[in-house]
Design a protein around this ligand. Structure first.
Ligand code: HEM
Length: 422
């Protein structure tokens, strides 16, 4: 195979704006390359399948100091003393669910799969539709909307708050913690950012520890009670040190992702009037549209793994402790699996093979919830708003300053309220 030297530099402004040319370059070569700042990136579909299964070599416990997930960013820089001081006020945590490897992961996964079962997700659809309609009610008379803060952010945040049993009055704070901890999971943080994230972690723990304790004594009908009181065979209940990171993962994974999926998807429709018209005429195609979005321009571009022993991958040496970056979004652009990946085609027969939700044991536990949220979001927007246009001057089409989390900064839409069918 011809070697194609690609220097990925994931954090460069060009790649944050548009990672897809980089993926095409990687696919023309071996699909594996080294980013000096972050680690070894993996783009090829089959390599990602293999990587996801080799949990003994590619560990999800990306912190290895025994202190569990600390949200201090993905660089290898030691944590500064003043940041450690702030973190000393946090509750102890252990690696759990997303940052756990087998066999611990399997225990947590079983619990979360029950808590977010397809049956529970189906039962949530009417409530999700109600939240989407209430949000549209709040702006429909004005003929314009700042889509992210008025719709795409509050929709999943309200859903996940309700599911977890968090008071709606606390949602803004909840959203702030989510943003902080996401950055701490997937971005390179400087010192000031680390301080800010550390404060958010401490506040998040101070909020949830008493609520966990309360639900141990008096369970109510919410996911927090379910997870607090569920027992796995022979292993008893989850400890607070396990529950806190699991709750934070649900919070984090459960909102920014769906927000950016909605934002990325509306931009595809604004650039393709024929497709928008087709989805209005045949809303049953929205489901396929959402799947193709998850292949074509997904909100999560990558996650991370840590190498456990010396190995090589397509000729690139791997050292223990080194980060490996599974580029899930690049899998959707692998031409050996998705011919003409640059073409947006809601008729792709194999679209559900995309890796927008990852692959293997850590495949997104909220995938069904996210699918329902995105489908209901577009059924509601297209069902109630006509002549949707982008207000280019008021919008900011630059992407958020993160490689892993991929979404626009500001999308302002103008529209006409749809006349009610008589
Ligand atoms: C469009 C929306 C979403 C996208 C694109 C997305 C994507 C992903 C990806 C790529 C992974 C990691 C795969 C890996 O590294 O192996 C993941 C894991 C996860 N996601 Fe999602 N996600 C979304 C929505 C959600 C929602 C709504 C929830 C929860 C309510 C959720 C909960 C989780 C959890 C708990 C994990 C860790 C699972 C494990 O380690 O076993 N996600 N997601």
């Amino acid at each position: 195979m011809k070697e194609y030297a690609v220097s990925p530099d994931l954090m460069s402004a060009d790649h944050i704006e548009c990672p897809y040319r980089l993926y095409q370059d990687l696919h023309r070569g071996s699909g594996v390359a080294e980013d000096a700042a972050v680690g070894v990136v993996v783009a090829g579909y089959q390599d990602l399948v293999a990587l996801s299964r080799r949990t003994e070599l590619y560990s999800n416990s990306i912190t290895s100091d025994g202190k569990g997930p600390r949200h201090m960013g993905v660089s290898q820089e030691p944590i500064q003393a003043d940041v450690e001081e702030i973190l000393s006020h946090a509750h102890p945590v252990v690696n759990a669910l997303f940052t756990a490897d087998p066999p611990v992961h399997a225990r947590h996964r079983k619990l979360i799969s029950t808590a977010l079962s397809p049956r529970r997700v189906r039962s949530l659809e009417p409530a999700i539709r109600q939240i989407a309609n209430d949000l549209v009610d709040s702006f429909i008379e004005s003929g314009e909307v700042d889509l992210l803060p008025r719709f795409a952010i509050p929709l999943p945040v309200t859903v996940i708050s309700d599911v977890l049993g968090v008071d709606r009055a606390d949602m803004a704070t909840f959203k702030h913690w989510g943003d902080m901890m996401i950055a701490g999971n997937i971005d390179v943080l400087n010192h000031d950012q680390r301080r800010e994230v550390a404060h958010a972690v401490v506040a998040f723990h101070a909020y949830f520890v008493p609520r966990i304790e309360e639900r141990r004594i008096r369970p109510v009908n919410d996911l927090l009670s379910d997870m607090t009181n569920a027992e796995t065979e022979g292993e008893g209940k989850l400890s607070t040190a396990e529950l806190l990171p699991i709750i934070s993962q649900i919070l984090l994974a459960g909102h920014e992702t769906t927000t950016n999926l909605i934002g990325n998807a509306i931009m595809v429709l604004l650039r393709d009037a024929a497709l928008m018209a087709r989805l209005r005429e045949r809303p049953e195609l929205i489901e396929a549209f959402v799947e193709e979005m998850l292949r074509y321009d997904p909100p999560i571009q990558c996650t991370y793994r840590r190498v456990t022993t010396t190995a090589t991958l397509r000729g690139v040496p791997l050292k223990p402790g080194q980060m490996v970056v599974p580029l899930w979004a690049a899998a959707g652009w692998d031409p050996s699996v998705f011919p003409n990946p640059e073409t947006f085609d809601i008729g792709r027969a194999n679209v559900r093979q995309h890796m927008g939700f990852g692959y293997g044991p850590h495949f997104c536990a909220g995938a069904e919830l996210a699918r329902v949220e995105a489908r209901v979001a577009f059924e509601t927007l297209l069902g109630r708003l006509d002549d949707i246009e982008l207000d280019e001057r008021a919008s900011d089409l630059q992407h958020l300053p993160s490689f892993a989390s991929h979404g626009y900064r500001r999308l302002v839409l103008r529209f006409r309220k749809k006349a009610l069918a008589s």
